[in-house]
Design a protein around this ligand. Structure first.
Ligand code: NAP
Length: 248
């Protein structure tokens, strides 16, 4: 495996775990973050300590300026980009449909959807074989919530991930003639801090009983699937939505 991989939201959680795995397997990794500078630095240090190459790049990927900066800095510091993991995302406190505000909805669409469009645009522009690139692969972060629906508090989150499923399908068709594969992962309940943002610190404990495998997943388990999708071993896989939910 190898090449230059951009991971959005790699300071914490699934992005951080995937960055460390990627760094140990020959990828040079752009560890993007927005607020968590210290954690991003720790991810870069861990990759360096295991003999890999990584840089931390601060950018709000939900803005066009941030996405542009992230890719320009990656190319400047690591070389031409060959992979993108569109991972950054948020959840809000549980909110019923009757209480949703325009600002809350706009933030979901901006961080969970717009960021993936903007970063994919930057990646395709550089990787496309039609504009002199070598091709590459993109993995978008969806969620099982796209299918389950996010009822009772997470409707906006579920809908934002549903949009990513459609985006992944469409972009895979548009990018295939340009030498670029596009897939998405749909994790279920993964043990990271994101669940605390719902306002329910017991969320994972309450829901784990619904998982046929009887446990929550780890960030590394998601990372393994992402790296496979980015690898040459997945060379005929595009437009796929890969569920990582322990059967749920
Ligand atoms: P997390 O631990 O809260 O990490 C979220 C990451 O996103 C952080 O590194 C954060 O960086 C970054 N981020 C947020 N807004 C950003 C922005 N505007 N620009 C750049 N980076 C930004 O969450 P996680 O659980 O790892 O989730 C990662 C992705 O997986 C999300 O898209 C989430 O929807 C999806 N997912 C998670 C689960 C789960 O159970 N955990 C299940 C399905 C899907 P800073 O702190 O530096 O801002």
């Amino acid at each position: 495996m190898g090449g230059v991989l951009v991971i959005t939201g790699a300071s914490r959680g699934i992005g951080a775990a995937t960055a460390k795995l990627a760094g140990s397997r020959g990828w040079a990794v752009a560890v993007n973050y927005n607020a968590s500078a210290e954690q991003a630095g720790q991810v870069v240090a861990a990759i360096g300590a295991s003999g890999g190459k990584a840089v931390a790049i601060k950018a709000d990927v939900s803005t066009a300026a941030g996405a542009r900066l992230l890719f320009a800095e990656t190319v400047r510091q690591l070389g031409p980009v060959t992979g993108l993991f569109n991972n950054a995302g948020i959840v809000h406190t549980y909110t019923a449909i009757t209480d949703m505000t325009e600002d809350m909805l706009a933030e979901h669409w901006r961080i969970n959807i717009t960021s993936q469009f903007l970063c994919a645009g930057e990646a395709v522009r550089r990787m496309s074989t039609k504009s002199g690139g070598t091709g590459g692969a993109i993995v978008n972060m969806s969620s099982r919530a796209a299918v389950i629906g996010g009822a009772n508090g997470m409707l906006a989150y579920g809908a934002s991930k549903g949009a990513i499923d459609t985006f992944t399908h469409g972009l895979s068709i548009e990018a295939a003639p340009q030498g670029i594969r596009v897939n998405a992962v749909r994790p279920g309940l993964i043990a990271t801090d994101i669940h605390d943002a719902t306002g329910d610190k017991e969320r994972l404990k309450k829901l784990v009983g619904l998982v046929p495998q009887g446990r929550v997943g780890t960030a590394e388990e998601v990372g393994e699937t992402v790296l496979w999708l980015l690898s040459p071993q997945a060379s005929y896989v595009t437009g796929s939505l890969v569920d990582i939910g322990g059967g749920r």
